[in-house]
Design a protein around this ligand. Structure first.
Ligand SMILES: [Zn+2]
Ligand SMILES: [Zn+2]
Length: 411
């Protein structure tokens, strides 16, 4: 047993990756044994109805885990014909990733679920879809792979299910008084629903567990809170059509040397008011990346050198171009839509980085903070953001295909 309390941070982080690979590899070995147990018909001989029954009854595991193992063994191991000839696996790219210990049982499940939902008229896409999902499973977590699968299916089949007789045809939304509040009623077409869900989803996520207690709200409750939060944020950030005058914006006052050397602190003000709160130099640098902030850079004497020099601020048209290119937060696996993102300079403008597409990308506040923490590197490669993880995270450089299904072809 290693004395982990004595280990350096880097050793701990490296151990996490190694152990995950070991878990994945052990699981892959388990599948081979399961397959052999299945092909010998050991279940029947020992009084069980199916192989999954035998696993559940002898290995002290749940029915769903047992079934998942049997299914995975069928799908990711090379089959054998009756004459004993090896046949390619049902899911060959997934099989290769499993054999390397690069993906987990949950990844395999996500790929299986997606392939099971492939409609018959799209059968010809099965092999490429499987290969793409298996490729991304090496760097995206299983939840993200599932979402990617849904989006890939939607992209392959944009028409989706046909409307039924009597379905509404026009998007509408009404608040009807009921009891102490209001009931919402309405109908959204698919496009309108996509817009609303995209905006709601980051706000409707379960709150992190507080003192070990997970978020007790149901999905409808979380979405209800998210809808109100959405409206509140739009009102707060002035993204509605202006009603008399400029929308409010935040001004960051910061000494040039602070931005250049990451020293000291900046001051944050709202609109015309100033000095609302002191902020760290790290935050000042991060915020100075973004379009909605007007940096006021102070020289050695504290006099403004430059108030919101246009070239440092991401213009509206550039931001639109970024939103088009990145589709939202460009960090791998992140679903945040463009309206909640900030523009990040690959080379910080204080260090001479240009305010241009080739030096900018969109990041949500969480991932913007992560990138500024400095362990991840980001570059623009083949015209799109490419993220390089620190050495202790396996899997190599990666992209976010969730907003741009077509990025699948560029990895
Ligand atoms: Zn930034
Ligand atoms: Zn993000």
């Amino acid at each position: 047993m290693t004395d982990w309390w004595q280990a350096a941070d880097a050793e701990l982080l490296a151990a996490l990756g190694e152990l995950q690979t070991a878990l994945n590899t052990t699981w892959a070995q388990m599948l081979e044994v399961v397959r052999e147990v299945e092909s010998r018909g050991l279940a029947e001989r020992h009084g069980y109805v199916t192989g999954a029954d035998l696993l559940r009854g002898t290995q002290n595991i749940s029915r769903s885990t047992a079934k998942a193992r049997v299914r995975a063994a069928q799908d990711v191991l090379p089959a054998r014909s009756l004459s004993g000839e090896p046949q390619p696996a049902e899911m060959p790219a997934t099989a290769a990733a499993v054999a390397e210990g690069a993906i987990s049982a949950e990844h395999v499940r996500a790929i299986q679920v997606t392939l099971a939902a492939l409609p018959p008229h799209l059968e010809r896409h099965r092999a490429s879809l499987e290969a793409d999902l298996a490729g991304f499973a090496r760097t995206l977590d299983p939840d993200a792979v599932l979402k990617l699968g849904k989006r890939a299916l939607a992209a392959l089949d944009p028409d989706g299910p046909r409307p039924r007789d009597g379905d509404p045809t026009r998007t509408r939304f009404a608040l009807v008084p009921r009891g102490a509040g209001f009931e919402t009623r309405g109908w959204l077409d698919r496009e309108a629903a996509a817009v609303l869900r995209t905006a709601l989803s980051p706000l409707a996520a379960p709150a992190p567990a507080a003192e070990g207690v997970p978020d007790p709200r149901s999905l409808p409750e979380r979405q209800g809170d998210a809808l109100v939060e959405l409206a509140r944020r739009v009102l707060d950030t002035g993204r509605l059509p202006a009603e008399g005058g400029q929308p409010p914006h935040v001004t960051v006052t910061v000494a040039l040397e602070v931005l250049e050397r990451r020293l000291g602190a900046g001051l944050l003000g709202f609109g015309e008011g100033i000095l609302a709160a002191a902020i760290s130099a790290e935050d000042a640098r991060r915020w100075a990346c973004d379009a909605h902030l007007v940096p006021i850079v102070l020289g050695a004497e504290g006099a403004p050198l430059d108030i919101g020099r246009r070239s440092r601020v991401v213009s509206r048209s550039l931001r639109r171009a970024l939103a088009h290119r990145d589709g939202g937060c460009s960090f791998p696996g992140c679903e945040c839509p463009p309206q909640w993102t900030e523009a990040h300079h690959v080379v910080h403008w204080a260090e001479g980085g240009a305010t241009a597409l080739h030096n900018l990308l969109l990041l949500c506040p969480r991932h913007h903070t992560l990138i500024h923490a400095g362990e991840w590197e980001v570059s623009i490669s083949q015209g799109f953001p490419l993220f390089h993880p620190p050495p202790w995270i396996p899997g190599g450089p990666r992209r976010n295909p969730l907003h741009r299904i077509d990025l699948i072809a560029r990895t």
